[in-house]
Write a protein that binds this ligand. Structure first.
Ligand code: FHN
Length: 468
């Protein structure tokens, strides 16, 4: 009876959202649907594809890739997409870079092929960063790729087309903070020097610019994720956050929205404070990984070097091994990994990024079964170099060792099903194993002591069948 009731509730909720969603596509979200009160089953259904995907690509691209970290022949410290602020470039001066933004070598199809070959399962690109420049043809603003810069191409539309072709969900990073709009940027942009606005009207910016642009993005490109940022500014309130979340879900009920839509984020640690209900479907640790596992939805976003937006002289690249170990650590703790690329002003992905993505893709071709469509195993790790994940049907435990195990892999937290086979992913034959006391000992074939004979580099995963 309980199952039937639950099914009815879920059906009723989904139908009401769809009806409301359909009706709402062209009107303001109905007050009746409170998306913050979503039943767990409906939420789990909505989040499932994202949880299974595990590994996404972040793309920071825009006018800031033109200066690429250099202004007035000076190398500007800090992250590249902040150059307008870091170098105190007056708006009128920065607009000259927008007049030059012309990524003639941009090939969205190639970008998505590179992402797919790297084992990426979804993409989030900056539709508008803090500099206020729109990467699509906005009806709300002329400060965009069609009306303002020579590119005259719908960059987001081309990426959406390529993502649909390769079946890769696409999300938009959209900045709440805006250093270009006269009603938004004055408090955060000390050098703003062309505004006639002595008292900027932030709510005018929210109601008549920010929300209409977000609506454009949803209605024109049907994104799967809305990834807000820049929410830390004092003018953006918890009320704004709740309203924006309802607004976005009202336009597309099944869309996912990160926790930076509201004010709940605990800084770079990214998870929500627990002092009240904050909007947002997942936490967003930045440049860091949670210490322990979490049953909450979370996604760690990281750069490959030290900048999100392209900088011509940032060569401090993390190794492919580090990036793969980050993916393993995050997955075992129940999170997603959103790994960033910063294409240059011509629309090219830096070679150092492509090389790492190729190595990650090769590793995932062998070990993806231990990463995608998995859930947490308790404990998530053993010692410093062994991580666990589990198949969603609980039939298998995956063990991932980030160092070569040598003669034997010894495990104390998993008991294989009697008579079952244990495999190293990428090897055809099963491995011998036995139990000694509480320890499962998996024998590693001697021939694999030679690295060249191993199925992959950097980390090795094993599939162990357990009693369900
Ligand atoms: O200020 C932004 C920064 O430029 C970058 O977009 C990161 C990526 O999540 N978010 C903000 C810093 O927390």
């Amino acid at each position: 009876m309980k199952k039937l009731t639950l099914l009815f509730i879920l059906l009723a909720w989904t139908t009401s959202c769809q009806q409301t969603g359909k009706e709402l596509n062209d009107e303001k979200p109905a007050e009746t649907v409170n998306y913050l009160e979503e039943p767990n089953d409906a939420r789990n259904n909505r989040m499932e594809w994202w949880r299974d995907a595990t590994f996404g690509m972040f793309i920071h691209w825009g006018v800031y890739s033109v200066p690429a970290g250099v202004y007035n022949e000076e190398r500007i410290p800090g992250i590249g997409e902040w150059i307008m602020n870091s170098a105190h470039i007056p708006v009128a001066e920065y607009e000259k870079f927008a007049r030059k933004f012309n990524p003639v070598k941009y090939d969205a199809d190639e970008w998505v092929r590179i992402a797919k070959d790297a084992g990426i399962k979804y993409i989030v690109i900056t539709s508008k960063h803090h500099d206020g420049f729109s990467l699509w043809d906005s009806e709300i603003s002329d400060y965009d790729v069609i009306d303002y810069s020579p590119v005259k191409r719908d960059l987001l539309g081309e990426l959406k087309e390529a993502c649909d072709k390769y079946d890769i969900p696409l999300g938009f990073y959209h900045s709440i903070m805006d250093w270009h709009h006269p009603d938004a940027q004055a408090p955060h942009y000390p050098d703003y020097n062309t505004s006639e606005k002595s008292n900027p009207d932030f709510d005018n910016y929210v109601q008549n610019y920010l929300k209409p642009q977000v609506k454009e993005l949803i209605l024109n490109y049907d994104p799967d994720i809305l990834w807000f940022d820049g929410e830390w500014i004092p003018e953006w309130t918890h009320a704004h956050g709740l309203n924006m979340y309802q607004f976005v879900r009202g336009l597309k009920p099944e869309i996912l929205v990160n926790n930076r839509v509201d004010k709940g984020r605990k800084g770079m640690q990214g998870m929500n404070k627990q002092d009240q209900q904050y909007a947002g479907d997942f936490g967003t640790p930045e440049q860091e990984i949670l210490e322990g596992a979490s049953s909450l939805d979370w996604e760690s976003c990281m750069t490959m070097n030290d900048t999100w937006g392209f900088k011509s002289f940032d060569e401090n690249w993390k190794s492919a091994e580090t990036l793969i170990h980050n993916l393993i650590d995050i997955t075992a703790k129940g999170g997603n990994y959103l790994l960033n690329i910063g294409p240059d002003a011509e629309g090219l992905i830096p070679k150092a990024s492509r090389d790492r993505l190729t190595e990650i893709g090769a590793w995932l071709k062998i070990n993806g079964e231990a990463i995608y469509h998995t859930k947490q195993f308790d404990p998530f790790s053993e010692g410093e170099t062994i991580y666990y994940t589990r198949s969603k049907d609980n039939r298998y435990v995956y063990v991932i060792s980030t160092t070569w195990p040598g003669e034997n892999l010894e495990l104390t937290h998993v008991s294989p099903k009697e008579g079952s086979q244990i495999y190293m992913n990428g090897l055809e034959n099963s491995l011998n194993w036995h139990i000694e006391g509480d320890i499962t000992i998996i024998e590693i074939p001697e021939i694999l002591n030679e690295a060249a004979n191993r199925p992959c580099d950097y980390a090795w995963s094993f599939r162990i069948e357990i009693d369900v």
